[in-house]
Write a protein that binds this ligand. Structure first.
Ligand code: HEC
Length: 129
């Protein structure tokens, strides 16, 4: 949505990263677009949280390869080093294949816990410290 272009379903890491890097370098964005797409005072980790959330949804769908490309985009944020949910993101990258497989289990009780409904569900974007 921020890029105003559909996400290519066969996107590779290099081209998606280049698109997002170019977006972050733009200086012509309106405040409205900045509020929704970038980090702000109210949402200090919006960029990272968005890609963490998006990757989690893809893993839930079993699409771990695409999820890994999406998760990597969080790292483009200039404040990634201080991201409080960095450990979750990195663990989810590492475990993407296993988690995607786990979500395929017909016994819902045996499926992995969804990050998007854990304590991180709001804090992945809104945590201030
Ligand atoms: C993917 C990142 C993301 C996640 C996850 C997220 N938010 Fe937000 N939230 C935002 C953005 C971006 C805005 C600001 C939108 C704007 O300014 O137009 C916002 C705004 C808000 C606001 C309004 C703040 C204000 O003072 O205007 C509240 C309240 C809020 N979110 C609560 C929540 C809650 C509760 C959750 C968890 C259920 C949550 N958010 C999860 C990104 C996120």
């Amino acid at each position: 949505m921020c890029l105003k272009t559909p996400v290519n379903k066969t996107s590779d890491l290099a081209s998606f990263t280049a698109q997002n890097t170019a977006f972050l370098a733009r200086s012509d964005l309106t405040p409205r677009v900045c509020n929704v797409c970038l980090n702000s005072e109210k949402v200090p980790h919006n960029w990272k949280g968005f890609f963490l959330y998006f990757g989690n949804v893809l893993v839930k769908q079993g699409r771990s390869e695409t999820a890994k490309i999406v998760y990597q985009q969080a790292k483009l944020s200039p404040t990634y080093a201080s991201y409080p949910c960095k450990n979750i993101l990195e663990r989810n990258i590492e475990n993407a294949d296993a988690r995607a497989k786990g979500f395929g289990n017909p016994d819902v009780g045996q499926q992995p816990q969804m990050t998007n409904v854990s304590g991180a569900q709001c804090m992945m974007c809104h945590q201030t410290r």
